[in-house]
Design a protein around this ligand. Structure first.
Ligand SMILES: [Zn+2]
Length: 379
């Protein structure tokens, strides 16, 4: 249901190859062959539509939001240049947003799968018995868009520290169920102890991953498991620790994970683990993570040590390829962002998209996106 829109003619430096070329857009699709009567769109740097690979459209730091508010969140992402979102778990049915041509594409993971009192209230499906996990995974795989979200670890209040939610044999069966259904599995993990069981089970992506060690990084690299480190979320670990005074071991653990979070991401990237950009927008971490902050995450990845071009690819062409979406090739949906300057030279350029083309329709850039888009926390 592509809207009728005028044909476009763009000339610019296309990424990732950096070649200056002409592209045309007709009926919502990219053409490398000239299209008559195309409206020229001023050139610049043409970047395949940005990707937020860990985003929650449908929640804010206070919890679930109505669909109209979820649509507003999606508009904020679009105006920041994010045209493809991997939702990492919401309790809201966002399928109505997928029917709107003016909103980013959303790959839904369905509901977080957790255990009773072992995740944020009101967000996950809380299972009473861990043995229920494989059946719950099957149900979410049938509802979602090819991804299922597990909570891999969370504070165990009796132990006073992070602890895994699931026995290893249950995880192995649950991941096998997802894979047989054609779905991939992503898992929230902060600490060290849940990682061996999740990786042995064959999960496809680790979210946050602050507890990775040399051994688990090696295993991810061997298996091709992706990492979405959500650095603007893990920056809030000190705030989380400060508010966890009743659990001193947990607080100390979160501080230790925070202290090594950048070097952990650098080590994973260096070892060849595929690293992608995800903001965790919608999360209540710290003061809450607002939508529209993909530029901050890309800059944080570069600060952790990824080369600038790799950090940009982690939020564009590389992430699109991982999720099964093409870049700026003939016949692809015209989903791209135009910048006046080269974002490979200065990633802060990502804060000022000039034009955003989604399904062939031009949306003006949303102006400058700064780090001040935080929302109030739930308490
Ligand atoms: Zn999240």
């Amino acid at each position: 249901m592509t809207q009728a829109s005028p044909a476009l003619h763009l000339t610019g430096v296309t990424l990732p190859d950096g070649v200056t070329r002409d592209l045309w857009v007709s009926a919502g699709r990219i053409s490398v062959d000239p299209v008559p009567d195309a409206r020229p769109l001023p050139g610049g740097w043409l970047v395949p539509g940005l990707v937020d690979a860990h985003c929650h459209i449908g929640i804010d730091p206070t919890g679930p939001v109505p669909v109209a508010e979820a649509a507003r969140q999606a508009e904020i992402e679009r105006d920041a240049g994010v045209l493809l979102v991997r939702d990492c778990g919401v309790p809201v049915d966002t399928r109505p947003l997928q029917a709107r041509d003016d909103l980013p594409r959303i790959i839904r993971s369905g509901r977080h799968l957790a255990r009773r009192r072992r995740y944020l209230r009101d967000l996950g499906l809380e299972l009473d018995d861990p043995a229920e996990l494989p059946a719950a995974v099957a149900a979410q795989a049938a509802e979602g868009d090819g991804w299922v979200k597990l909570v891999g670890d969370w504070i165990d209040r009796e132990a006073g520290d992070l602890a895994p939610l699931w026995p290893d044999d249950v995880l192995a069966e649950a991941v096998a169920v997802a894979h047989r259904a054609g779905a991939r599995v992503n898992a929230h993990v902060f600490g060290e102890d849940a990682l061996p069981g999740l990786l042995a089970a064959g999960v496809d992506c680790i979210e946050h991953g602050t507890g990775l060690t040399d051994d688990t990084i090696d295993q991810m690299a061997r298996q091709g498991t992706a990492l979405v480190p959500t650095l603007i979320n893990t920056a809030e670990f000190l705030t989380i620790a400060d508010s966890a005074g009743r659990f001193p071991r947990y607080a100390a653990h979160m501080r230790a994970l925070h202290a090594r979070r950048l070097s952990t991401v650098a080590a994973a990237a260096e070892a060849g683990v595929p690293v992608f950009a995800g903001t965790d927008a919608g999360s209540s971490a710290g003061e809450g993570i607002g939508h529209g902050r993909i530029a901050d995450e890309v800059i944080a990845l570069a600060e952790a040590g990824l080369p600038r071009e790799q950090a940009l690819g982690a939020a564009s062409w590389a992430a699109r390829d991982w999720l099964g979406f093409p870049g700026l090739v003939d016949g692809a949906s015209a989903d791209l962002v135009v910048y006046d300057e080269d974002p490979r030279t200065d990633l802060a350029v990502l804060r000022s998209p000039r034009d955003i083309v989604l399904r062939g329709v031009v949306h003006p850039g949303g102006g400058r996106f700064k780090t001040s888009t935080r929302r109030p926390s739930r308490d």
